[in-house]
Design a protein around this ligand. Structure first.
Ligand SMILES: [Zn+2]
Length: 302
């Protein structure tokens, strides 16, 4: 088993921060494979966004959320099916209603077991957190968008269409101007491209850029990314600029019939030069691979 050198992927609820009235974020504090987690309150109900990876992390999140809710009804949603975001949902089964978009539910059913096996192979600290995971199914599945009334506050849940994954979902709290993006946005790191053909080739750089354009038009006050510090609408613009640069530099070389190995080498160096302080450099190459496959001459799509 590969050596996992990052800190154990454990959610620490003690760092919870209020980012708006009755709305807290449990930040991932820079720990890999820990997502930012949201708890959004209304007068009669509370929505939890993301479970953390595995049942023990999810138990800590549920305990925190139940104490926060003080008797209010609990809902759970997840931004996409990836293990650190949703592979703890089973713990909420008796306590909360688990609600997601249809594309996410389908992707979870199709790929959940494969991702569970793949993540267990990342190293012992990850495998430990994944012990006892049962994938299960959400309680409620909506099609494209759903307005969830928490009492005096309506939260908008929307599937964005394929981008970082096949079933990405964005959660917005309009009265507070807060947007949870999941892994469509990360702070201080290169965009995560789970481009793993032939096992998983659902990530789409082109569609991702389009989603960023649409989300930015909503001008959120606070953007809570999948991982890394929350910030303003600028975070959306930063991701879009990176994705567009990655696309343009990749395609320019593809147009000049440069070999894929050289494209990777040159574009990777350029991206690191542009963002020397960003983590996750290992995600640049799959991003280039994805855009190569989406080059207009290669792709079967319009
Ligand atoms: Zn993800």
């Amino acid at each position: 088993m590969a050596e996992y050198t990052a800190p154990d992927p454990i959610v620490d609820v003690t760092g919870a921060q209020e980012v708006a009235d009755d709305l807290v974020v449990v930040p991932n504090q820079g720990v890999q494979l820990v997502p930012n987690i949201g708890v959004i309150g209304g007068s009669h109900s509370v929505l939890v966004v993301e479970t953390g990876m595995g049942p023990r992390n999810a138990e800590a999140v549920l305990k925190f959320a139940a104490e926060y809710a003080k008797g209010r009804r609990l809902y759970l949603t997840t931004t996409h099916f990836h293990p650190e975001h949703s592979f703890g949902a089973q713990v909420f089964a008796e306590e909360a209603t688990y609600l997601v978009n249809g594309a996410q539910a389908e992707e979870r059913a199709a790929k959940g077991a494969g991702y569970l096996a793949m993540f267990r192979g990342l190293g012992a600290p990850v495998a430990r957190q994944l012990e006892g995971v049962e994938l299960g199914v959400p309680d409620t599945v909506y099609d494209r968008s759903h307005d969830l009334d928490l009492g005096g506050r309506v939260v908008r849940l929307r599937g964005t269409g394929r981008a970082h994954s096949r079933g990405d979902q964005v959660v917005t709290v309009p009265d507070a101007g807060v947007m949870f993006t999941g892994d469509l946005v990360e702070t201080g790191q290169f965009a995560i491209f789970p481009w793993l053909p032939p096992h998983d080739a659902d990530v789409s750089g082109i569609r991702w850029i389009e989603v960023m354009r649409r989300l930015a038009a909503e001008r959120p006050r606070v953007v809570v990314p999948g991982h890394g510090d929350a910030g303003g609408a600028r975070l959306l613009a930063d991701v879009r600029a990176y994705l567009e640069l990655l696309r343009d530099e990749t395609w320019a070389r593809r147009d000049s019939a440069v070999g894929e190995e050289t494209i990777v080498e040159e574009v990777r160096a350029l991206m690191i030069e542009r963002h020397p302080d960003w983590a996750g450099r290992e995600w640049i190459e799959p991003g280039i691979g994805c855009f190569c496959a989406e080059h207009p001459d290669d792709s079967g799509e319009e």
